[in-house]
Design a protein around this ligand. Structure first.
Ligand SMILES: O=P(O)(O)OC[C@H]1O[C@H](OP(=O)(O)OP(=O)(O)O)[C@H](O)[C@@H]1O
Ligand SMILES: Nc1ncnc2[nH]cnc12
Length: 208
């Protein structure tokens, strides 16, 4: 089978539109990633209007996940973006956060902590409720997943309102850990989720 490349034969998105371009200098805030990587990845993210509720434009990364070189480049770009941050383990948020956080942990040789939807983890957990752009939710982490003093990088696919990430940070700190920073494939800049993250480092590959 011919190798896939970052340049698809036709338009990447089968339906919906690729994430529209924004100012070139704002397109990639990778701080270590290359602008070319961010721009190459932009075409693999679809904008889906009115999903999951009217008024929300959903950024769908399934085209990126479905294309081997794009998926690899996304993980590589995240790795480059977090270069210089010091952390012991990566915490990622179910479900889409796992898709990027786990391969990033493998690539960087770090442990992985899953923050799961309620009721999934079998042992004693800490739980944090939060609000999303389109509803309410909660996440749980095993109480023994983070030790006091652990430095934790929080990884997710999308930073929107920041509610999910703020909840994840609260869990880390309730367990005595320290949040070393946050890393995202995509930041929805208009929703200004950064305001929820305090003064901790925020690394982003692509801004929509
Ligand atoms: O910044 P926020 O406004 O909190 O939104 C970002 C979160 O929303 C999405 O997850 P979602 O809850 O839709 O779940 P999923 O990963 O299971 O699709 C996304 O994967 C982030 O975790
Ligand atoms: N607009 C959006 N697209 C994709 N994931 C999201 N998570 C929260 N808001 C989102």
């Amino acid at each position: 089978m011919a190798a896939e490349t970052m340049e698809p034969a036709g338009p990447a998105p089968a339906e919906g539109g690729a994430v529209a371009g924004c100012a070139a200098d704002g397109a990639l805030a990778g701080r270590g990633a290359t602008q070319g990587a961010g721009e190459a990845l932009r075409r693999w993210v679809r904008r889906v209007p009115d999903h999951p509720v009217p008024g929300v434009t959903f950024l769908d990364i399934t085209p990126l996940l479905g294309h081997g070189p794009a998926f690899r480049q996304a993980v590589d770009a995240l790795a480059a973006a977090v270069a210089g941050l010091e952390f012991d383990r990566i915490l990622a948020i179910e479900a889409r956060g796992f898709l990027l956080g786990a391969p990033l942990a493998v690539q960087l040789g770090k442990g992985f902590v899953p923050a799961r939807k309620p009721g999934k983890l079998p042992l004693t957990v800490v739980r944090q409720a939060y609000e999303l752009e389109y509803g309410q939710a909660a996440i749980e982490v095993h109480r023994d997943a983070i030790a006091p003093g652990d430095r934790v990088l929080i990884v997710d696919d999308v930073l929107a309102t920041g509610g999910t990430s703020a909840a994840a940070a609260a869990l880390v700190e309730r367990l005595g850990g320290r949040v070393a920073g946050f890393a995202y494939l995509i930041e929805i800049a208009a929703l200004d989720g950064r305001r929820r993250l305090g003064d901790r480092p925020v690394r982003v590959v692509l801004r929509a």
